[in-house]
Design a protein. Structure first.
Length: 418
């Protein structure tokens, strides 16, 4: 393959059938004087005719492109690889060549179109999924190559799309649940993150008894405080844990609600739910159940819960207002919120708030204290108290040594009443 002096850029996706082909098409169309664009995949799916159609509507002919395998590029000196998959969770390709690798995810049009097709929509509406992603890719390509210049190697950009962000978070926590696996290779797991270190728990006031009373592995060291300390859990209550992880707080709560009460843990990561259920089985908990679901769409009935706890999860949500609205919906009148979370005490700089590692590591998604208060109020909560733990500056600094993150975020205990 002849390689000139332009930037050699490869768009990589799972099948090289749609997104990476559209990206190659747009780049050749708009940036051919600066960029030599290629695309490839890791599986052979063939060129997607709907992608060809919507690109042709936009004046770009990709009909003679063919699906290429990444192996065809092993002798090409690439400058940049942009991985454009987002929710191809199991198959998001890893590129380990010696060049800059950037993950800029776009939603998967065939998957979106299939969802619509299953609902019986017209083909034209399904094509709109392709058109939307086509236009997003065009907007991204227009920013090239400048938008790559200031990024360090192995940078991951957060896509503005909320589902994308949730997928990044889910991928990270599924890796943690699978003990050490990471998603997309190095893309969204920071090996320097202390997440997953159970030794941190004692700093938050969990006692030795707490730690030894739960099944081994339930405490994954993923919390940032101790909601139990403020929850005042009573016998017979129904307690809901948002983002339950391995079930640590659920098992502690289970003892307090007793056999008349019940604890429900919700988590969106299937691997976490499996782990938590295994732990419940090991510990023979009859009053704890784990449900797979998003805290923005709780799989819980209206007015059915006395107390909601959560530990270091809401900061990860791209739709915190929706989480609080859902919390309000499922709580009974006079039901309580007792949350531990990371909050922002100053506006986070863009390079932090756009960094996926920092987001998955529970800092970049932290909302400003005033905004949290507003969201809670707007959802209908009263008696709102946000207790910022000033001494958490130390462990925040230990989480991300040398990053200066402690200037912006703190752990806080948040209580409110429906
Ligand atoms: C930092 S860990 C905390 C786990 C647990 N609360 C603990 O203290 O060990 C975050 C957990 O929240 C889950 N999570 C993140 N965002 C979520 C969302 N939008 N809906 C449901 N679960 C979510 C993740 O899968 C992960 O298990």
């Amino acid at each position: 393959m002849i390689v000139g002096k332009k930037v050699n850029l490869l768009f990589l996706c799972t099948g090289n059938s749609c997104r990476s082909q559209m990206a190659e098409g747009w780049t050749r169309h708009l940036k051919s004087d600066e960029i030599h664009a290629f695309s490839a995949g890791v599986e052979s799916h063939g060129l997607n005719p709907d992608a060809v159609k919507v690109m042709s509507e936009a004046g770009v002919d990709i009909s003679d492109y063919r699906a290429k395998h990444i192996d065809e590029f092993k002798d090409v000196q690439l400058d940049v690889v942009i991985i454009v998959c987002s929710n191809a969770k199991e198959t998001c390709p890893v590129f380990s060549g010696n060049c800059k690798v950037v993950h800029y995810g776009f939603n998967d049009p065939p998957e979106m179109a299939k969802e619509l097709a299953d609902k019986g929509t017209l083909k034209e509406e399904q094509l709109d999924c392709y058109r939307k992603v086509r236009d997003e890719i065009k907007a991204f390509v227009k920013t090239l190559p400048e938008s790559l210049i200031n990024q360090s190697d192995k940078v991951v950009r957060i896509d503005s799309d909320k589902d994308n962000l949730r997928n990044q978070v889910r991928n990270l926590y599924s890796g943690i649940a699978n003990e050490g696996d990471s998603c997309c290779g190095s893309s969204c797991y920071s090996s320097s993150s202390p997440l997953g270190n159970p030794e941190f728990s004692t700093r938050f006031g969990y006692t030795g008894d707490d730690l030894s009373s739960v099944p081994p592995g339930a405490n994954m060291g993923l919390g940032c405080g101790n909601p139990q300390a403020i929850a005042q859990i009573k016998q017979g209550e129904v307690v809901l844990d948002l983002g339950a992880g391995g079930g640590f707080d659920c098992f502690l709560a289970a003892k307090q609600v007793g056999s008349e009460g019940k604890v429900i843990g919700v988590d969106m990561t299937p691997e976490m739910i499996s782990k938590a259920r295994e732990n419940a089985h090991k510990g023979k908990y009859a009053n704890v159940e784990f449900r797979l679901g998003e805290i923005e769409h709780l799989p819980v009935a209206d007015s059915s819960v006395d107390l909601i706890i959560s530990n270091c999860v809401i900061n990860l949500s791209p739709a915190k207002d929706q989480v609080f609205q859902e919390a309000y919906r499922v709580l009974r009148p006079k039901g309580r919120l007792a949350l531990s979370d990371v909050v922002a005490i100053a506006q986070l700089p863009n390079e932090v708030s756009e960094n996926v590692d920092a987001h998955c590591g529970c800092v970049a998604g932290a909302a400003l204290v005033g905004d949290i208060e507003k969201m809670l109020k707007n959802s209908g909560f009263s008696e709102i108290l946000i207790d910022i733990k000033e001494d958490s500056a130390q462990f925040i600094s230990d989480w991300f040594p040398g990053s200066g993150m402690e200037k912006y975020v703190r752990s806080a205990l948040i209580t409110a009443v429906r």
